[in-house]
Design a protein around this ligand. Sequence first.
Ligand SMILES: N[C@@H](CCC(=O)N[C@@H](CS)C(=O)NCC(=O)O)C(=O)O
Length: 271
Amino acid sequence: MNETSNTKNPDFISLNEAAELKTGIRITFVPGVQALYAEALKNICFAKQIPITRVLHPMMGIDKETGKDRQAKLYELTSQTSLPTMFHDEERPRNVWIEQLALAEEIGSNDSPNLIPDNFELRLDMFGLCSIILAEDGLVWNARILNDSPLARKYGYSEEASASALDKIAEIISLIDARLVEQEKSGSPYLVGNTVTAADIYWATMCMIILPAPAEIMTRTEQNKGMLMWFESNSKIPEIANVLSKRIEDHQLNILHTYCETPAVLGGDPL
Ligand SMILES: N[C@@H](CCC(=O)N[C@@H](CS)C(=O)NCC(=O)O)C(=O)O
């Protein structure tokens, strides 16, 4: 299991060190911040009982001392700059959730749950759900373009795109709720089939953007105060609040408590 999961101040190595290591899983994070794609990957690795080494994700911008782009090395290694990147042994770095998940499933412990169903019909549902949570134009992409910001611009912010984002988010939440109703009828507390899958872990983690988790799950830090306030304000937007249900909340708490690292180990400066 994760060696640093019980410490409030886990170690982070540098990107250069991570690139030089020849074995193990190394994942980039921003200390003290629950960047949702990174947080979800951490939870996927936790559920698969994969020990991870935390790596400092280089921040955007120019380094004052060297005058160089702080993300130049990251770009050189991965041809992109998004968070998180995942290194495994001496393989190519993986930067997109679908290949990060495939790797975790492949190298996880034999004792851990199958997060990708063997059954293809269930797999179809599972990846479909993951896509509307994580992929282009899904939950997180639309939440990111609710307001104008440099990050939102990177992900396609425009007045028109932003204007339709709320309806898309509400549609996704309603779809998840309807799915939970159907699953409940067949006696399953999970989104797909009768066992936990990656869809549960991704949804429970990433829906924090519109349904913040309590402090006993999501550690409060000096660095994540602002982001948590934004998550909280999203949950109160009427179009979102109207479609959030107790069922969605119960599912989130159940999955995070049962399968994920709680309280979240973020590093940074816990409050
Ligand atoms: N590459 C990821 C997406 C991760 C992502 O969008 N990360 C954002 C933060 S929420 C990021 O780091 N954006 C800054 C950048 O792309 O440079 C995936 O598709 O799985």
